[in-house]
Design a protein around this ligand. Structure first.
Ligand code: ATP
Length: 909
């Protein structure tokens, strides 16, 4: 049958009734068939917005000219031309263009890498297709599809709502209205504006509460969002606090250097008898020498590589600054279920008013038996079990399916465990659901911790099933079911049983029921809040993830405290925390206890308690605030809608890729593709590595600039010819230094990244140690380069050759110092240190080829004023250059010896 919807009708959908809408879209409340959907997808195209318009390539290229340094260089080029130095003019111009080109290409690469990573977070939609619920990529939605919505979802297309239950949507992005709007389904006036179309849900808005279904009326660019998408420029910017700081530093540096150059110019011209043109070139040389042209590009690349490495280890960075912050994290607050534990739940215990049963079986495989005191039980002898099984099965939105010989849950794992239990009790889900149809539901929400459903039997008698956290359910019960009869509630018995299960590390649920009106087919919260009859308790195990236990240990070594924040009972939480090595195994606090505390008390609590149970999302927010008030840098995990404020507030918000809601992902800096705690530890490790590598790049590049600037200053002060010319400096800075420094971006983690304490958040990047190392190395480079230059001159070498020697000495200094720079403090004199990063070896190989060309190729000799040198001279160059390697390794050894001594003496103190 061919599909009759040929063009997407343009209608004021909110003005139509639900039936008319469906009719117009040639759809039904059971949705489309797969064939229809495929046809429509081909006709209307995928449900996505075209990527935001970027500035044209040419424009982005010219952006790289907007930089003080380039202005200086361009001015220099003009003056060199006026002075008739045509070769210098051409070289400067070429360098400016090459520099912009490198920046442009590298930035493009970094952007592409980040873009491909953000694509890994695709959004899914739950739809009716071929009469059953399917989860499909939101991109495949077509007009006419019937979509399910629930709290936490991002609305995947424009929908005309068909049914709603307490549905609230945050439409701020479309309407600017900051409060969530309640939705309805009734037809409204055609003239209603977007903000008043209560029976519509618009693409890109967020469901903050409730559930609903709607039919897709517009996809992709035809949506309201598509219409305004040009206004939204949510492009990932390639900047971070560190880059900004370095940018500011560079600006101040540039101004300082220009002033210095002007001073030198005046001094040389007035006091030292240089000619105007000579002095001008020297001043330009000083400017280009002192400014680290390649540094910003290298930092950006290092960040982008870090983000890619994290993605390979299942953490997607949504906001670039998080990479830096991760390296400084001091506390990780983690959810328990699914993050620290496997979320493979199995019901292992059932407690009735009279007995405590155990259930065998593994995972979600519905094979297993119930036993009592070690003996298998005959289910017929225990009718109370059947009622418990039925309640657990019907008050449940999940299913267990077999796929490729594996048993999997569709929906909530806790509920999956209950379905499996019911099947082990001999109940058939399809049959039960048919016999006792559901009329209404109060869905489970973490805040109220229960779920209730309303059913009726074949005779039309209504009844309620309720399941939830036992203390909560107990509050609602006045009676208990014992041997098929209702009796007064023995609260003490149930509390004792509940604690016994929780002490085994089990998640405990209670089930209850009561008869209900035969006529009313709607359920309200008040109606379940009292008069219920308790059927039994269920104990569910959820084993810890072994890799999470290991990760907790690693974090502890790395000076990072792990805190568990869970919705589970305090005893369960304490038992699991103990298995995982979190906290001291004793102290745990329930969320409710936090409520009475003022900020001061809370700050004291977060200092020594690591396990927080029965915690609600608002507790998470308070905990983050208290931790931050104590000066901690906090990473916090979350998955629900209500976790968003805590995620936003924490220094690194971590959302769950699998079970997390879209709302939580939007609020987070980072998303875990596998929901696994171990991935957070990996991300911290990568974050620390990135920061190290940026430090290494800075430590590597700045001494070259320092040395070059000093060489020129000293030469002018002494009134000597410059040992290196401005164009040669440009060659060193833009070609060799960048090539070499890039290799450091690929540096793997140092062996101690996860065994040292976190970096103090306020630590300046150019701290005392870095400044010292930069000065020390600059000095070595100046003495070596200038020394060899003067010596060669004294031997009667001509100026071209002596300059070639100077440049090569400086470059080989860089080559050796690059190897030093692989480790900040550790010795590199071992196999791993010398050969462990193949990018370093490659970069050195490339630079050697560059230097041979620079020295011997005819056109290069003309451009850079170089001349061929002999083998003996090369020997000298290498010998002198090698000195930096030895001297820096020596300095590191002294540093290590000293810092070891000082830690020993503080230990002793
Ligand atoms: P964590 O914070 O460790 O990830 P969680 O967020 O999964 O745990 P909740 O889902 O808030 O914790 O569960 C809290 C309590 O609510 C559980 O201990 C359980 O007793 C009860 N509960 C969990 N799921 C359901 C459900 N689907 N229906 C009824 N009650 C539930």
């Amino acid at each position: 049958m061919s599909d009759s919807l040929q063009t997407p009708p343009k209608t004021s959908w909110h003005g139509l009734s639900e039936e008319e809408t469906l009719k117009n879209l040639d759809s039904r409340s059971e949705g489309l068939s797969e064939a229809q959907a495929a046809e429509r997808l081909a006709r209307f195209g995928p449900n996505r917005l075209p990527p935001p318009k970027r500035a044209s390539a040419l424009r982005r290229f010219f952006e790289h000219f907007r930089n003080v340094l380039i202005y200086v260089l361009l001015a220099a080029a003009v003056v060199t031309a006026l002075l008739g130095h045509w070769i210098d003019f051409a070289v400067i111009l070429a360098v400016v263009v090459v520099n912009a080109l490198i920046g442009f290409v590298q930035e493009g690469k970094a952007e592409k890498a980040l873009e491909s990573i953000s694509k890994m977070l695709s959004v899914d939609a739950m739809v009716w297709r071929d009469g059953s619920r399917r989860q499909i990529p939101a991109e495949e939605l077509v007009p006419g599809d019937v979509v399910f919505l629930q709290s936490g979802d991002k609305v995947p297309a424009d929908l005309r709502l068909l049914s709603i239950k307490d549905l609230h949507v945050d439409e701020a992005m479309l309407t600017g209205e900051s409060l969530p709007v309640g939705k309805a389904t009734a037809q409204i006036a055609e003239t209603a504006t977007v903000g008043d179309r209560f029976n519509m849900a618009f693409s890109g808005t967020m469901i903050t509460a409730g559930q609903g279904t709607g039919v897709v009326v517009a996809t992709g660019q035809a949506t309201e969002l598509g219409r305004i998408s040009e206004m939204l420029t949510d492009v990932q910017t390639l900047t971070t606090p560190l880059l900004r700081k370095i940018g500011e530093f560079a600006k101040i540096l540039s101004i300082g250097i220009i002033l210095l150059a002007a001073g030198t110019f005046a001094f040389g011209f007035l006091a030292r008898d240089y000619s105007l043109s000579e002095m001008f070139l020297a001043a330009v040389g000083l400017v280009v020498a002192a400014i680290p042209e390649g540094l910003p590009a290298i930092i950006t690349i290092t960040l982008a590589i870090g983000v890619q490495r994290m993605a390979q280890r299942k953490s997607i960075i949504r906001r670039l600054p998080a990479v830096e912050t991760l390296g400084a994290v001091t506390v990780i607050c983690s959810d328990k279920t699914g993050t620290l534990t496997r979320s493979e739940m199995t019901t292992q215990a059932v407690v009735t008013a009279t007995n405590q049963f155990e259930i065998s079986g593994v995972g979600y495989d519905p094979h297993g038996v119930l036993s009592l005191g070690g003996e298998e039980v005959n289910l017929n002898e225990h009718p109370s079990l059947e009622e418990i099984g039925r309640a657990a099965l019907l008050c449940n939105d999940s299913a267990v399916i077999q796929k490729d010989a594996q048993w999997l849950v569709e929906g909530d794992p806790t509920e999956g465990a209950l379905v499996v239990m019911a099947r082990k009790m001999g109940l058939d889900p399809a049959l039960e659901n048919k016999r006792w149809p559901r009329d209404d539901v109060i869905p489970f929400e973490s805040q109220h911790r229960f779920m209730a459903t309303l059913h009726h039997d074949h005779a039309g008698h209504g009844f309620i099933y309720l399941k939830g956290a036992p203390e909560r359910v107990l509050q609602m019960c006045t009676r208990q079911r014992s041997k098929g009869e209702d009796m007064p509630l023995n609260r003490a018995y149930w509390l004792e049983q509940m604690e016994a299960l929780a002490a085994r590390g089990m998640r405990v649920l209670a089930v209850a029921s009561r008869p209900f009106s035969d006529e009313v087919r709607q359920l309200k919260v008040d109606e379940v809040s009292t008069g219920m009859s308790l059927l039994g308790l269920l104990g569910i195990i959820d084993p810890p993830r072994p890799e999470a236990i290991e990760a907790v240990r690693q974090c502890r070594n790395a000076g990072i405290r792990v805190k568990m924040i869970t919705g589970d009972h305090i005893i369960t939480a304490a038992a699991i925390a103990q298995q995982m090595g979190i906290g001291d195994g004793k102290r745990a606090i329930a969320g409710a206890e936090l409520e009475g505390m003022d900020a001061e008390a809370l700050r004291a609590v977060v200092r020594d308690v690591d396990v927080f149970a029965r915690a609600a999302p608002e507790h998470k927010l308070r905990l983050v605030e208290a931790l931050q008030a104590n000066g901690e840098v906090t990473a916090m995990t979350g998955d629900g809608v209500n976790d968003a404020p805590a995620l936003k507030r924490s220094n690194v918000g971590v959302a769950m890729g699998i079970k997390g809601t879209e709302v939580s992902k939007e609020a987070a800096e980072m998303v875990l593709l596998d929901d696994n705690f171990a991935s957070i530890a990996h991300a911290v490790e990568e974050g620390r590595t990135v920061y190290d590598n940026i430090k290494k790049a800075i430590l590597f590049i700045l001494p070259t600039n320092g040395a070059e600037a000093l060489i020129i200053l000293v030469a002018i002060a002494l009134g000597r010819t410059l040992p290196i010319t401005p164009v040669q400096i440009l060659w060193i800075n833009m070609i060799t230094a960048v090539t070499l420094a890039l290799a450091l971006a690929f540096e793997p983690a140092e062996s101690n990244v996860m065994s040292r304490p976190p970096r103090p958040p306020q630590e300046p990047i150019l701290g005392g140690f870095l400044l010292w190392r930069i000065s020390y190395v600059s000095l070595i480079l100046v003495i070596g380069t200038f020394g060899l230059f003067l010596w060669e001159r004294a031997q009667g070498m001509d100026i071209e050759r002596a300059r070639t020697v100077a440049v090569n000495t400086l470059v080989f200094f860089e080559v050796f110092y690059l190897i030093n720079s692989r480790y900040l403090h550790d010795s590199v004199v071992n196999r791993e240190g010398l050969f462990g990063n193949r990018y370093v070896l490659w970069a050195i190989g490339v630079v050697i080829v560059f230097q041979l060309l620079f020295t011997y190729a005819g056109p290069m000799q003309v451009l850079f004023g170089t001349a061929a040198i002999d083998l003996f001279t090369w020997g000298l160059i290498i010998l002198v250059a090698f000195s930096v390697f030895v001297l820096v390794e020596l300095e590191k050894a002294l540093y290590r010896a000293f810092s070891k001594k000082s830690t020993k003496s503080t230990d002793a103190a």
